[in-house]
Design a protein around this ligand. Structure first.
Ligand SMILES: Nc1ncnc2c1ncn2[C@@H]1O[C@H](COP(=O)(O)OP(=O)(O)O)[C@@H](O)[C@H]1O
Ligand SMILES: [Mg+2]
Length: 423
């Protein structure tokens, strides 16, 4: 296993520099993935990348479990066939690692099948230029291959052939949260869907943090939160995940990698990575969901490029908060819920990681906020549609403005490539 993985390394911190391959990401693995047999990771194969991740169950309060990997080793030919030779019109997205294609395989044998036959999968293919390729691939197999949790994307298999690293995941029908929040023409996500998504993502992070050996996700951002057909959120992209501190240590020290705008200040400044560094990233995503603005956007007026810096002073004041709320919500949210979310964001963005809440606490807060949303609606429903219980049930079970017909949803998401590590 390379130095980028698992083992905390000495602090290689250097001021974040722009990575020529992924302009919006930072950090640099010093090794080029190159040919696996000549890299320092030459003993690594999916069978032995698992050291450091224990089998066994997680703590009781989380619903997932850590399982022995049962991953299929695909051949490149199989994945070529499943994606129709990686046809450009099957691209679902693109990140620092490479492109993600939609393919089809048989549900039982996982053999490639024709379009529309069997089950859809997402095939992530390393970019030959990606200097992070091998490490990220190993990390995904190491972590995602071991975990089973409703809020983590399922890894089905992998392929390592002809200097190419590939990963095969369950297909997430509604694509990334990034697309729903920021893609032009996307149907706006209603307030309660945003909350549901944040609750799902929080559950995924809480699971990682409380698993027997805590795992730090390190790259929490909207492009790594994927949505299934019912808008259930699942974390994907474990390329930068690390095992958390052990022996009572508060942090691990590692080279700085991640995405500008989301990474915690202590990590960017010192290379000290805490479990609570993920909580900071969670706060940033919550702020993006509240405002509908990207964490980092140099197209905004000067002084507004960094969302956290710009929006933080407005979060504790009701009048100011209303002004920065996403206009696409059309004021369809309970102000009490918005204020409590803003307060939670402030806590997650505390500069001292020790002052940030745990993800379990964040989850508790979000669930309380989610409960608030019902109240104003119920009274409205009572006034307008007395006695129509069935309709009320539908309302509480599903958002009042269902985004099911989102233009970006479903397989329509696979039309074009777009950079995803933009913050
Ligand atoms: N399982 C999947 N189902 C549907 N779309 C996916 C899936 N995995 C990835 N994508 C799309 O591809 C994009 C990049 O995937 P990601 O795993 O984050 O790659 P990278 O490691 O290169 O950042 C995501 O933001 C999403 O739009
Ligand atoms: Mg990604």
């Amino acid at each position: 296993m390379g130095n980028c993985l698992g083992t905390p390394v000495n602090n290689h911190y250097s001021p974040p520099t722009t990575n020529p391959y992924t302009p919006e990401t930072f950090g640099n693995c010093s090794k080029h993935p190159g040919v696996p047999s000549t890299s320092s990771s030459n003993n690594t194969s999916p069978e032995n990348v698992s050291d450091g991740v224990e089998n066994g169950s997680s703590k009781k309060e989380t619903s997932g479990k850590i399982i022995t990997p049962n991953l299929k080793m695909f051949t490149l030919a199989e994945l070529k066939s499943a994606t129709r030779n990686f046809r450009p019109d099957t691209v679902l997205g693109e990140g620092g690692f490479g492109r993600v294609f939609k393919g089809w395989i048989d549900e039982k044998t996982y053999a490639p099948s024709k379009v529309g036959v069997g089950m859809a999968v997402a095939v992530k293919k390393s970019n030959p230029d990606s200097i992070q390729g091998l490490e990220e691939w190993q990390s995904e197999v190491k972590f995602l291959g071991k975990f089973s949790h409703p809020n983590l994307v399922k890894l089905l298999g992998y392929c390592w052939e002809e200097k190419q690293f590939l990963l095969v995941y369950e297909y997430m029908q509604k694509g990334s949260l990034e697309n729903h929040l920021f893609r032009k023409g996307a149907e706006p996500l209603p307030w309660d869907v945003r909350l549901r998504v944040s609750i799902g993502a929080a559950q995924g992070l809480a699971f990682l943090h409380t698993s027997e050996k805590s795992v730090i996700y390190r790259d929490f951002k909207t492009s790594n939160i994927l949505l299934d057909g019912d808008y259930n959120a699942k974390l994907s992209d474990f390329g930068l995940a690390k095992l958390g501190p052990i022996n009572g240590n508060s942090h691990i020290t590692t080279r700085v990698m991640g995405t500008y705008g989301y990474a915690a200040p202590e990590y960017v400044a010192t290379g000290h990575l805490y479990v609570k560094s993920d909580v900071y990233g969670f706060g940033v995503v919550l702020l993006e969901m509240l405002t509908g603005l990207r964490a980092l956007d140099t197209n905004r007026p000067t002084g507004e490029h960094n969302l956290v810096d710009w929006a933080k002073p407005s979060l504790s004041d009701k009048r100011k908060l209303k002004k920065i709320m996403d206009p696409r919500l059309e004021e369809q949210y309970p102000i009490k819920g918005a204020l409590q979310t803003a307060e939670l964001i402030i806590n997650c963005l505390e500069s001292d990681p020790r002052n940030r809440p745990s993800m379990e606490k964040v989850l508790e807060s979000l669930e309380k906020i989610y409960a608030i949303r019902e109240k104003p609606k119920e009274s409205k429903v009572k006034n307008q549609k007395q006695g129509n219980n069935r309709r009320q049930e539908q309302h509480s079970a599903y958002p009042h403005r269902s985004p099911l017909h989102s233009k970006n949803g479903g397989s329509g998401n696979g039309g074009s490539a777009y950079p995803v590590r933009s913050a």
